[in-house]
Design a protein around this ligand. Sequence first.
Ligand SMILES: Nc1nc2c(ncn2[C@@H]2O[C@H](COP(=O)(O)OP(=O)(O)OP(=O)(O)O)[C@@H](O)[C@H]2O)c(=O)[nH]1
Ligand SMILES: [Mg+2]
Ligand SMILES: [Zn+2]
Length: 335
Amino acid sequence: MTLKDLGWNEYFADRFEPLRHKGYVPARIVRGEKNYFRVCTGDQELTARFAGKLRHRADGRSALPVVGDWVAVKVQGNQGRAVIQDVLDRRTSFARNLPGRRKSSGRERIEQQVIAANVDLVLIVSGLDRDFNLRRIERYLTLVAGSGSAAAIILNKADLCDDPQYYARQVETIAPEIPIYVFTARDVDQLKPLYALFSAGKTVALLGSSGVGKSTILNGLLGEQRQKIGEVSDAVGKGRHTTSHRELFVLPQGGILMDNPGMRELHLWGDTEHLEESFADIEELALQCRFSDCAHRSEPDCAVRAALDEGRLSQGRLANYQKLKNELGRLKQRR
Ligand SMILES: Nc1nc2c(ncn2[C@@H]2O[C@H](COP(=O)(O)OP(=O)(O)OP(=O)(O)O)[C@@H](O)[C@H]2O)c(=O)[nH]1
Ligand SMILES: [Mg+2]
Ligand SMILES: [Zn+2]
């Protein structure tokens, strides 16, 4: 394997250049465990920790390395170990808010948690069993809009659904610009349309709730059972968090695929501007409201309410838009 197979390119080479003379080598973080990482330098895979100075220099968690990051490592002897000395600037980063409370005051606290770095395309996976939820897909799309990555939507487990196309049409109404794939991942032949999404050096990530079939898709594309698959009873349709870490896999046909654990909580991190991408229809309507600060409630000449009354916009989508906008607005205030 070469660094290029792992996604290395001029962007990262430029950023690594000033570090080369220190005797560091470039590597990509291919797997995250609780207390260490696995990094790949092209010809070898090493167990790596990050240097303490990274933690001290880092203002908040976001600057610490995550899976997908390109890093400068110092290889230690030949025992398969390395120390991460620096994290190269990310091209994209997928982050969520990890809200909590301050121990001292009990006041609400926000924290950016970067989940994955340098992903070019996020595959948002839903199951067409009980998992399907348009509002959650809108939330994912808003998060991806803030990450710098592109998005595609996968509706898996078509075999468990009477009318998969009905759901595909629903998704189309909320994401007209985004490619949608509907299939049964258990049948590997049905994964073929996904091949077009991959090319050498491009990083694609699978995101979605637990049990939707992310690892099944990965294994299908790898052509082997590398990741453990959950034993979910079809009747219940609930996942049990089979995958517990993030990991990158290089596909035989070229391209890199990141498998992720199912995500339960998905609080937004980002800016209200990102809604322009995920809710372009509402944002465009809002430009035609009489008042520029229209809240689309009872104001006169409200284009958004008009669309709602005429059935061009659903109540559920508008309510979710307002909810996500509030969430991002509160985040902005706290930052
Ligand atoms: N009926 C049906 N079952 C599927 C399909 N794809 C995956 N499954 C099943 O769904 C269950 C969960 O699949 P996984 O691939 O482990 O799901 P995951 O998204 O990786 O789950 P986590 O690792 O917990 O996040 C397994 O029992 C799979 O066999 C499908 O297309 N149809
Ligand atoms: Mg999994
Ligand atoms: Zn309005």
